[in-house]
Design a binder for this molecule. Structure first.
Ligand SMILES: Cc1cc2nc3c(=O)[nH]c(=O)nc-3n(C[C@H](O)[C@H](O)[C@H](O)COP(=O)(O)OP(=O)(O)OC[C@H]3O[C@@H](n4cnc5c(N)ncnc54)[C@H](O)[C@@H]3O)c2cc1C
Length: 96
């Protein structure tokens, strides 16, 4: 393992993996991700994997829109097929 690097991302959940992915997309190559267990074995493992497109503010809505577009793009890549199904809209119910 390397002893020196420009960036160390700690934690291989969705946040860490996404950070590493986007850094490499921006051209960073001297980056390392450190995960203490297995990749995505933390909270990410429990996720229902729903990608909603609503949020409390425009930053979150923008982040989610970016994610939806990225997952669509990745799903179309024959080298890295993922099982992503996109449906528009949603309903939230409350009884109080
Ligand atoms: C039951 C459930 C359902 C959910 N459903 C959804 C959903 O449908 N849609 C949605 O958007 N969100 C959902 N969420 C929320 C979502 O799963 C979390 O917000 C997200 O997974 C958090 O990701 P993370 O990368 O921040 O954390 P984590 O996935 O927990 O990743 C952190 C990683 O860091 C590692 N780590 C910790 N300390 C160290 C260390 N010192 N050195 C090295 N590694 C370390 C851990 O091992 C872990 O792998 C759900 C959550 C739960 C619990």
């Amino acid at each position: 393992m390397k002893s020196r690097t420009k960036v160390v991302v700690i934690g291989g959940g969705i946040a860490g993996c996404s950070t590493l992915y986007h850094l490499t997309q921006e051209g960073w190559s001297d980056v390392v991700l450190v995960e203490r267990n297995e990749l995505t074995s933390g909270t990410t493992w429990h996720s229902a994997a729903q990608v909603t497109n609503f949020g409390m503010n425009q930053t979150m809505v923008g982040l989610k829109t970016h994610s939806i577009n990225l997952y669509k793009e990745l799903a179309e890549d024959p080298d890295y097929p993922i099982n992503y199904h996109h449906g528009d809209g949603g309903i939230r119910l409350a009884n109080t």
